[in-house]
Design a binder for this molecule. Structure first.
Ligand code: SF4
Length: 732
């Protein structure tokens, strides 16, 4: 007998005819979920499932992971190399040799005429670590441009910078297992249930087993804020004031871990002196958070046996992003919450392999967290690669966010975009368009030929995507995990590793250096390069020498460091309180808050905030092709407070023009109490939308844009015209 829903509307899971399952790690976010891709009898990838014994996700996947098989054969995939002289011409299909020869000859022409650094490379957080390592070898050792960066500057640069300034090295010190030990978790600018659903599930499960307070700091009443015990609705861009004020209370009330500070930190006195100026009453006026609540939160955090902080873009994408990260590190250092179970500063990374690029791509330096500024490191890598160390620059070049202004000024003439889409992702779209129009040569390498930035390309390299390739990703908790080639590359697309190797052969230097053909061989190079001694005389923390592909598969991913002879990886960094500065001590940094953002005023009375939705990933190059992701999140929208909407005469689902000093965008209004009266929120995934109006002032340390702090006004628009424009845009 059938009852209720089962009788009325049964959910039927169609048998997809899977005959074989192959292992991969999800290619979207940095959670690092292990999955298996199901293949039908014809060898087509038809579905995915979580790996039940994988320590990260224990069988779980979110909507993006569940539907990921669809991206392999999605419309818009690049199938053949393409070329054209000008961006407004029709593409011509060409063979690989023609596309690679053209690119090499254009790079050489530009470099001979304007100098080596006139070619810029902007990479990604999406390709495999072995590919990042090879691209770094090509960029640093063969092409020789110093203007080489990754799009991680848009998401994680402030975390990297903050870790380096506080601990002497990049590398998140904590792990997901910390949720099972913590007695208090504070989340800054992170809507975890939507951004990293499986990490949130780990946290929620730990919290349900062993109740501990969760405090969420966010200007919006996000999904995470709704589930929190305490929500601090902070004024945008004022996190450092809150953090300094928490430190003020902790010092003033004798709640600091003085032994830990004395043994493991420098800078304590300067910090103590500075935070005297950040008493809760003063901080309340700036942050909008009640002064008693600041005291309350400081006490809960400092009195917990173990307390941890997590954060994402709400901290990083700010003019004080790096300082905010150091402020979080300060909080954890003064309470002795680094390197112990449940006590940590854990940045939640964005892209699936943002960590891999930080570790091995040489974007900001040389592989394995080595620095261009360090002569020993230049010598070591030069000898390893067979490159004269004098060929390397002695300091890093331009960040991604400085490369586009350098195109405007004529300093950069050629650009190579690898799996990144600045026309949608960068702030101030109009300015980015103008910059791209000025280029003498642009090559776009992407799995999808319809990626918006390809509008400005002269050459298109069709890359294989995710599980068509072989290699590793590193996730948020430093876990290296395998992606195996589940299906053959589509049509004439090629793995990024192959493309980098073929391009290297177009230079004499590239022919004399070793560019291994397989990912396994590249991994062996990385293993050989990873052991060594850090600035503190201790073994280097980024050490993979104990890993191999078999162990990575059998353990479902391993956290670095794993040194030669180790059986497994290392859950936490700095457990001995020895940091990566020469004297082994962490730095407590005294940082004054500066009021330097664009803010609402009478002409532009709303804060503009932006962020993610659960269904989409970054610029929708992949999720925009997936039926269910589009079904649940089909179009851009703007959250507006119900009271503000009523005063402006804006109705639910009406189109509204969003106007800033940079430009305008038309979006659909969604009336809600999730945003305060003077704020609107727009998802950042959609082309020609929020970044037409965003400002993106840069953090002075990390050069990361302040996407979340700009001022806008709202204007009524003709609804039929707006609907027509919206349809055209979405059909693009
Ligand atoms: Fe993939 Fe992230 Fe979803 Fe896991 S949480 S399935 S890694 S998108």
């Amino acid at each position: 007998m059938l009852f209720g829903r089962r009788k009325k509307n049964p959910i039927i899971l169609r048998d997809k005819g899977v005959v074989e399952w192959k292992y991969a790690t999800c290619g979207y976010c940095s959670t690092g979920c292990a999955m298996e891709v199901g293949l039908d009898a014809a060898g087509n990838a038809v579905t995915t499932r979580g790996v039940a014994d994988a320590p990260v996700n224990l069988g779980k996947l979110c909507i993006k992971g569940i539907t990921e098989a669809e991206i392999l054969r999605a419309p818009g995939r690049g199938t053949d190399p393409l070329m054209r002289n000008h961006s407004y011409e029709q593409w011509q299909t060409v063979d690989w040799d023609s596309a690679l020869d053209k690119t090499a000859s254009e790079f050489k022409r530009v470099q001979e005429r304007y100098g080596r650094d006139a070619v810029a490379i902007v990479s990604t957080g999406q390709i495999l670590t072995e590919e990042f390592y090879t691209l770094g070898k090509l960029a640093r050792g063969v092409i020789g441009t110093n203007n080489y960066d990754g799009n991680t500057t848009l998401c994680m640069a402030s975390a990297v910078s903050g870790y380096k300034r506080s601990f002497g090295s990049d590398g998140p010190p904590g792990c997901y297992d910390d949720f099972s030990h913590t007695e208090c978790l504070m989340a800054f600018g992170s809507n975890l249930p939507e951004q990293h659903p499986v990490i949130y599930w780990r946290l929620k499960e730990a919290q349900e087993k062993r109740k501990f307070p969760v405090i969420v700091v966010d200007p919006r009443v996000t999904m995470f804020a709704q589930f929190a015990d305490i929500h601090l609705p902070i004024t945008p861009g004022t996190d450092l004031v809150l953090l300094n004020s928490l430190a003020h209370v902790i010092f003033a009330e004798g709640l600091a871990d003085e032994d830990y500070i004395a043994q493991h930190c420098n800078g304590g006195e300067d910090l103590r002196e500075l935070v005297k100026r950040y008493d809760p009453a003063t901080a309340a006026k700036i942050t909008g958070i009640d002064e008693d609540m600041i005291r309350n939160v400081a006490r809960i955090y400092a009195r917990a046996g173990a307390a941890m902080s997590i954060w994402t873009m709400g901290i990083n994408q700010s003019t004080h992003g790096s300082d905010g990260v150091c402020g979080i590190n300060n909080l954890n250092l003064i309470t002795g919450n680094i390197g112990k179970p449940g006590g940590t500063s854990l940045s939640i990374t964005g892209q699936c392999n943002a960590m891999g690029t930080r570790e091995w791509s040489s974007c900001s330096g040389l592989p394995g967290y080595r620095a261009l500024e360090n002569a020993e490191h230049r010598k070591e890598v030069g000898e390893f690669w067979g490159v004269d160390p004098a060929f390397f620059p002695e300091k890093r070049g331009l960040f991604m966010t400085d490369i586009f202004p350098a195109i405007e000024s004529g300093e950069i003439k050629a650009l190579w975009l690898v799996a990144t889409n600045p026309l949608t992702s960068m702030p101030n779209t109009t300015r980015i368009r103008k910059a791209l129009e000025k280029l003498e040569f642009c090559v776009v390498q992407d799995a999808y030929a319809d990626v918006e930035s390809a509008q400005y390309a002269n050459v298109f390299f069709p890359a294989s995507v995710w599980a068509e390739k072989d290699g590793c990703f590193t996730n948020t908790e430093r876990r290296v995990n395998r992606v195996t080639p589940v299906t053959a590359p589509l049509a004439n697309s090629k793995p990024d590793l192959w493309i980098f190797n073929q391009l290297a052969k177009r230079w004499e230097q590239g022919r004399t250096m070793k560019f291994p053909d397989t990912a396994a061989q590249v991994f062996e190079e990385m293993r050989a390069l990873s052991p060594g001694t850090g600035a503190n005389g201790e073994p280097r923390i980024l050490d993979l020498s104990g890993m191999d592909y078999d162990k990575l598969l059998s353990q479902r991913g391993i956290q670095w460091p794993m040194r030669e002879g180790d059986e497994t990886g290392t859950a936490r960094l700095y457990t001995d309180g020895v940091f990566q500065f020469a004297d082994g001590k962490a730095k407590l940094l005294a940082m004054e808050w500066r009021d330097n953002n664009e803010k609402p005023d009478s002409d532009f009375p709303f804060w503009l905030n932006s962020g993610r939705v659960v269904e989409h990933f970054h610029t929708r190059t992949k999720t925009g092709k997936v039926g269910n992701c589009n079904k649940y999140s089909p179009t851009a929208y703007m959250e507006i407070n119900t009271d503000a909407a009523r005063e402006l005469g804006i109705e639910q689902m009406e189109y509204v023009r969003l106007v800033s000093r940079r430009g305008d965008a038309v979006v659909m209004a969604q009336l809600t109490q999730r945003v305060p009266y003077n704020m609107v929120f727009v998802p950042f995934h959609f082309f020609d939308c929020v970044n037409r109006v965003s400002l993106g002032l840069l953090d002075p340390h990390s050069r990361q844009p302040a996407f979340k702090q700009a001022a806008v006004r709202l204007e009524k628009v003709d609804q039929l015209e707006a609907a027509r424009l919206n349809r055209e845009l979405r059909a693009y």
